[in-house]
Design a protein around this ligand. Sequence first.
Ligand SMILES: NC(=O)c1ccc[n+]([C@@H]2O[C@H](COP(=O)([O-])OP(=O)(O)OC[C@H]3O[C@@H](n4cnc5c(N)ncnc54)[C@H](O)[C@@H]3O)[C@@H](O)[C@H]2O)c1
Length: 313
Amino acid sequence: MRVVVTGGAGFIGSHLVDRLVEAGFDVVVVDNFSSGRREFVNDSAELHVRDIKERDWGVGVRGDVVFHLAANPEVRLSTTEPAVHFEENVVATFNVLEWARQTGVRTVVFASSSTVYGDAQVMPTPEDEPYAPISIYGAAKAAGEVMCGTYARLYGVRCLVLRYANVVGPRLRHGVIYDFIMKLKRDPHVLEVLGDGTQRKSYLYVKDAVDATLAAWEKFEETGSTHLVLNVGNLDSIKVLEIANIVSSVLGLKPEIKLALATRDGRGWLGDVKYMTLSVAKLVDFAGWKPTMSSAEAVRKAAEDLARELWTP
Ligand SMILES: NC(=O)c1ccc[n+]([C@@H]2O[C@H](COP(=O)([O-])OP(=O)(O)OC[C@H]3O[C@@H](n4cnc5c(N)ncnc54)[C@H](O)[C@@H]3O)[C@@H](O)[C@H]2O)c1
């Protein structure tokens, strides 16, 4: 079976590619290296350097299944540069679905996000909570999900939508842990925390996220259903100030914490969801998967991984 991974040079994508190669699949990576790295791409994968924002990106690329992970994952940027997110996350997803329809791809696995719920009213948030994104990134993911569902119903392109919580681990190059490490590299005495630090969200270690992805996909192929939406997250959550403490202690530092509030209610930026924990009951029931690390354990291990990659004292 040929498996295409868009964004296969990125953080989650490159770990997924490694596991698919290990499992014996023919793996095709499509990436434009906008944030991904060539050195993250598994040597056994067939690599196509393409920009999926282009309508003809898929010429000569063939696969039975596509994991569509290529995206711009910077939620903060989506507020100031909405057009970038429309292109990278809406147009690009449409182009991948069109390529899938035209070339007869059987299954699309779409990497969506917890941000489609916005400030969810129910916590842990189940999949049937309505869309209420508060960032353009979240809106773009919701648009991608809706298109996936329509391609499934209209054209029979089977679609598995996975709404990830925060995923962390080696090769991560965005998000709060990466941000803290880079700030402490510049100044080990002061750590700027965006928001009031009480934002509390769920974090999943990348190995758990890839296990969940593969377990859900395997079951999805077995069941023959055409469209399914699953949350992929942890059972608990962690506050931003706790993350600041973990990262500082992993680096052996005790910086002064400076809070930078973007809104009166203590958000770090416009579009920052303050509280997020996803219900994973549906995923556990469907695929028999369970996380092996808590949010705090995932954050600590990721901080250690990234310190090894990025920290030169
Ligand atoms: N990391 C998380 O916490 C998280 C949480 C929820 C959802 N997601 C989603 O999971 C997916 C993977 O996220 P990630 O953290 O690995 O991000 P990442 O930035 O590390 O990886 C994205 C990859 O896509 C590539 N890419 C971007 N635009 C492209 C284009 N136009 N054409 C071809 N390649 C392109 C980049 O070069 C990069 O290799 C994304 O869709 C993201 O929105 C991630």
